[in-house]
Design a protein around this ligand. Structure first.
Ligand SMILES: NC(=O)c1ccc[n+]([C@@H]2O[C@H](COP(=O)([O-])OP(=O)(O)OC[C@H]3O[C@@H](n4cnc5c(N)ncnc54)[C@H](O)[C@@H]3O)[C@@H](O)[C@H]2O)c1
Length: 344
């Protein structure tokens, strides 16, 4: 593709994050164009397309596959549709950006990886923390040997409260498949070359104990042992009343790096009660620059301006294997060998 061309992108799934992604592509990228919005829900695609002045509204994604003018898709539908959509898009020759989780089983992950391999398109998965400046600098410090031998790691996701969701509408195991999957990818990525060996997970409904009996889980702690000896902890909770709290840490025999800050800026307000500071309340605010960087990378790679790096389908499969091991661990209240879930 010529570097003068703009990548023609269709959004599939015009919900909360899809709308934010579309706006970033439309307003912040100079070499990409949002040419279609697809969503089966009546009105969803039209609302977003109107807002962004995009002419093409689609309810059946098959229309996207058939259109030779569309180069790439951004998939932001609910998780259970990711595999069939990514597979069909790849087989239709479209480059694929797929929100996490790319798949809900190893067999599904293999289907997407195979389709991408067969068609030769690019596939990038939405692990946006890798594109955050602090997290990227943290990985750089690991690569430069500034942390030394990695011994302890930590990654946490505390979603902003008050949590107003309906437990009955949260698919089972969401805390592992959709929340902690970010932390699993982060931990694997911050410990390059190492394989996760064993996982032990505990989870509960502490935010909504009334929903415990129906299997709802909103709080979890997962420990991961790696084959280079590193021990990692990932934790999540749906209801951090003080804001959207995403942090990471790598500790080794030469030092430590910490990443992420719930505080929105270095502003501090001094008043009669003491000092106060604003905190992040939304992923779309805290990670706006990281989302932009991930789509810039995807666009540039699809246009051939720079080589494609990651996160790949195999990265998504590796994080999924840890999530599946964590689910298995909760079911049996016992450590689970990751190898039993998938060869990594
Ligand atoms: N990387 C991140 O930071 C991040 C943040 C939030 C959500 N997500 C992920 O993005 C995905 C969407 O999350 P959301 O919060 O925007 O959900 P949402 O429910 O707000 O939006 C989903 C949209 O997809 C549409 N849809 C349903 N079935 C579809 C299909 N078969 N094809 C196309 N569209 C379909 C729905 O009508 C809805 O408009 C989830 O997988 C979630 O885990 C990622």
């Amino acid at each position: 593709m010529s570097s003068k061309k703009k990548l023609q992108i269709a959004l599939i799934g015009a919900g909360r994050i899809g709308s934010s992604h579309a706006e970033i592509i439309d307003r912040r990228l100079h070499n990409a164009e949002l040419v279609a919005v697809a969503d089966p829900a009546p009105g969803a695609a039209a609302r977003l397309a109107d807002h962004l002045e995009c002419d093409r509204i689609i309810t059946d994604p098959a229309e996207v596959w058939a259109d030779p003018g569309i180069d790439a898709v951004v998939i932001a539908s609910p998780a259970r549709f990711h595999t069939p959509l990514a597979e069909s898009a790849a087989r239709a020759g479209k480059h694929v950006f797929c929100e996490k989780p790319m798949a809900l089983s190893i067999a599904e992950a293999e289907r997407v990886i195979q389709a991408v391999k067969d068609s030769g398109v690019h596939l990038q998965v939405g692990f946006n923390r890798r594109w955050d400046r602090a997290f990227a600098a943290g990985r750089d410090a690991v690569d430069k040997g500034q942390i030394g031998e990695v011994q302890l790691m930590r990654s946490l996701t505390r979603d902003p409260g008050p949590w107003g969701g309906d437990p009955a509408k949260v698919p089972q195991w969401t805390i592992f498949y959709e929340t902690l999957i970010h932390d699993f990818d982060t931990l694997l990525w911050l410990n390059p070359g190492a394989r996760p060996v064993e996982v032990f997970a505990q989870a509960d409904a502490l935010v909504r104990p009334d929903a415990r009996a129906s299997g709802h889980l909103d709080t979890a702690v997962v420990t991961i042992r790696f084959d280079n000896g590193a021990l990692a902890v990932a934790e999540a909770n749906f209801n951090a009343l003080y804001g959207y709290d995403i942090r990471g840490e790598v500790f080794g025999n030469k030092g430590m790096v910490t990443m992420g800050d719930v505080q929105k800026s270095n502003l501090k307000l001094f008043g009669a009660q003491g000092i106060s500071a604003d905190t992040w309340r939304l992923d779309t605010q805290e990670f706006a620059d990281a989302y932009t960087a991930q789509f810039q990378h995807f666009t540039d790679a699809c246009l051939g301006i720079r080589p494609f790096s990651a996160p790949t389908g195999r990265d998504a499969r590796a994080a999924l294997a840890v999530a599946l091991a964590a689910i298995e661990s909760v079911k049996h209240n016992a450590p689970v060998a990751v190898e039993r879930i998938a060869a990594l």
